[in-house]
Design a protein around this ligand. Structure first.
Ligand code: CDP
Length: 220
């Protein structure tokens, strides 16, 4: 019997629910889950820690040469240490999109991401997965939600993570700013692949979205 590979690409703007949904699908279908945003966030964290300006491409690229980013047991490692919590901080949110615009940074990440997809069945989420990283994925989903709902979700998430001195308005501005940079950059901008199924999660629960995706996969 031929073992058919299952590769699922998930893209969408900040706070649409991509990673929560992708994690659930991974559990149910026993797939590996790759959060590509975490990889860009890990590099951003290192740049911030090194005190390098996010616009200083030359020094960022130098730093990247001695950087190792990988996943192990669903944790993200930066130079051998897990950074799951640090990469979700506000300072990383506010700088990640600028660093993610850099051509060489993207080339490096895409190379890593494709090599992860060579050996296992997986679901990968990000901004350019269906369009650039895995254009031959078996299924592609584009997950969206209204900007207000995305702002509310991210605000709640940050409050739960003890980042108390933030306002909903600040979060909304931050998300709008990140969406704008991600969607208008020259290389691999955030956009729906023509062959992706679009799922608007604004008024749906996670379970409803997961069921919708599973129905599509099982039907095809
Ligand atoms: O979780 P959230 O939707 O806030 O963002 P994320 O998926 O963790 O991605 C953080 C940032 O990394 C995005 O705003 C993009 O700037 C960048 N990113 C990217 O450029 N390409 C990807 N495939 C994934 C993330």
């Amino acid at each position: 019997m031929v073992n058919r590979r299952l590769i699922i690409a998930v893209d969408g703007p900040a706070g649409a629910g991509k990673s929560t949904i992708a994690k659930r699908i991974a559990e149910i279908l026993e797939l590996e889950y790759i959060d590509t945003g975490a990889m860009y966030r890990a590099l951003t964290l290192k740049v911030i820690r090194a005190g390098i300006d996010p616009e200083d491409t030359e020094n960022i690229l130098k730093l990247m040469e001695t950087t190792s980013i990988y996943f192990k047991d669903n944790h993200i490692y930066l130079d051998g240490t897990t950074v799951d919590n640090e990469i979700r901080k506000k300072i990383v949110n506010n700088n990640v999109s600028v660093i993610s615009k850099i051509k060489e940074v993207r080339e490096n990440m895409v190379h890593l991401q494709r090599s992860l997809a060579e050996s296992s069945n997986l679901i990968m989420d990000g901004r350019d997965i269906g369009t650039v990283v895995l254009p031959n994925a078996n299924y592609k989903f584009f997950i969206t939600a209204s900007i207000e709902e995305r702002g509310r979700r991210r605000y709640k998430e940050l409050l739960e993570k003890e980042e108390k001195n933030i306002s909903y308005e600040q979060i909304l501005t931050e998300i709008k700013n990140r969406d704008r940079i991600d969607s208008t950059r020259k290389i691999a901008p955030l956009k729906k692949s023509l062959d992706a199924y679009e799922i608007d999660t604004t008024e749906k629960t996670v379970e409803e979205c997961v069921e919708e995706i599973l129905r599509i996969i099982e039907g095809g």
